[in-house]
Design a protein around this ligand. Structure first.
Ligand SMILES: NC(=O)c1ccc[n+]([C@@H]2O[C@H](COP(=O)([O-])OP(=O)(O)OC[C@H]3O[C@@H](n4cnc5c(N)ncnc54)[C@H](O)[C@@H]3O)[C@@H](O)[C@H]2O)c1
Length: 392
């Protein structure tokens, strides 16, 4: 491989957000190809990056000797299959979330990474926002004492992404119709897993989960209002996925995690929905844009005074994550609170330095396994054990 990682974007919509991140990595990474089934999407890329080669066939792209690595930004349920094909074709893989939606494909993915020795990373950008990295820094240093509880949620009304302009369902519509579980878990669980040291040597592990979902109402209401009673999506009962999904996870070290996923209910989006409780401190993410993240640390509590929250930013000097100290300017030029820059930077440097990336295949399959395990739990009404992917 050359000293610059020659990258191909596969799935040109989401991939476009990484344009700025790639320009910050000049000298380390270069965009050489884009693959998409839609030739209009490819045309847009070609205008922006005239030197690239475009492909409508993924298999043809994988044959290219001008590509060292692929960024899979394709519909969610094909990530694992495409990742295995890319690894077997000798390409490193950065995969959008979730990494895999079945346990069988998760095992295949692990095998392919082990067999090829290539770099696989899941692009969980929410792990890299400034506040989430600062909390990770604090939790890792024991600032909250021993952690006992964490909460997280992805609450984002995406109903307008469930259909095209002709009212036909997109891949998002398809999976909301077909599955009932906690089907978009990693934006929430990824940062928490980092805070708890899940899968880290000497850290913790997810043990068991139970998921309970509400009834489904918001999508049928939306389809009725937008497409009328003739559209099958207007019928109550058409959508399998309940509006709100609540999962409780117990870890091997006895931490309780509460995870909510709701992608259908009408309300404003809030990218941050996190909380952390330890024996000596607590963290509370902002409820909406503009509100400060809050912390309370027992050691800073004045004797005799009532406990009061402080802004997380008051701890900037002490607890800013070293990566944010070094890269904040580049990060703030990219999407998702800087997360898109850090994901690309971590992937590319892991390849160049021939080391394990910060979100490796075991993290990807463990966090993503909430998708199939929660579906199993909702259907049976019973708790389900996590899979120990390291045992294989
Ligand atoms: N991390 C984040 O913050 C974030 C944000 C948005 C989307 N995503 C993820 O990114 C992925 C893509 O989401 P999106 O919103 O861009 O979806 P989208 O439907 O808007 O775009 C998908 C693109 O992939 C192309 N495509 C479909 N099948 C393909 C194939 N077999 N080979 C090549 N191209 C193919 C489509 O033509 C389309 O242009 C999803 O997994 C989603 O979960 C992540």
């Amino acid at each position: 491989m050359s000293k610059v990682v020659r990258l191909a974007v596969v799935g040109g919509q989401r991939g476009a957000a990484f344009g700025n991140a790639l320009s910050s990595l000049l000298g380390k990474a270069e965009l050489t190809a884009v693959c998409d089934l839609n030739s209009d999407v490819l045309k847009g890329w070609k205008e922006r990056f005239p030197g690239i080669t475009t492909y409508t066939s993924y298999e043809r792209l994988l044959e290219s000797s001008e590509v060292d690595a692929v960024f899979l930004a394709t519909p969610m349920l094909i990530h694992a299959r495409q990742a295995v094909l890319a690894l077997k074709a000798g390409k490193h893989v950065l995969s959008e979330v979730i990494g895999s939606h079945t346990i069988e494909e998760s095992w295949e993915l692990i095998e392919a990474v082990k067999e090829t020795g290539l770099t696989y990373m899941m692009a969980e950008n929410y792990c890299y926002t400034r506040e989430n990295m600062m909390v990770q820094h604090m939790a890792g240093a024991g600032a909250f004492g021993e952690i006992t509880y964490a909460e997280c949620g992805y609450i984002h009304d995406i109903r307008e992404l469930m259909h095209g302009s002709d009212s036909s369902l997109t891949w998002r519509g398809d999976y909301i119709r077909d599955f009932n579980g906690s089907t978009y878990p990693t934006h929430s669980l990824g940062p928490i897993a980092k805070w708890l040291g899940i899968n880290k040597e000497g850290g913790d592990a997810f043990e068991e989960l139970i998921t309970v979902n509400s009834k489904s109402r918001s999508s049928s209401k939306y389809f009725l209002e937008h497409f009328g009673p003739e559209h099958s999506g207007s019928q109550v009962g058409y959508w399998n996925q309940g509006d709100s999904s609540s999962t409780l996870i117990r870890t091997k070290n006895g931490v309780l995690i509460s995870l909510r996923v709701d992608i259908q209910s009408a309300r404003p989006h809030n990218m941050n929905h996190y909380g952390l409780q330890g024996t000596e401190g607590s963290y509370l993410a902002p409820r909406f844009g503009g509100e400060d993240p809050l912390v309370w640390l027992e050691k800073d509590q004045m004797a005799g005074q009532h406990p009061e929250w402080k802004s997380l930013w008051a701890y900037e000097q002490q607890w800013e994550h070293p990566n944010w100290k070094q890269w904040s300017e580049q990060a703030l030029n990219t999407g998702h609170g800087g997360g898109d820059f850090f994901v690309m930077h971590e992937f590319v440097t892991a390849i160049l330095e021939n080391r394990k990336p910060a979100i490796d295949v075991y993290d990807a399959v463990t966090w993503s396994s909430v998708f199939p395990l929660s579906i199993q739990s909702v259907a049976s009404g019973l708790p389900v054990k996590f899979i120990d992917f390291f045992k294989g």
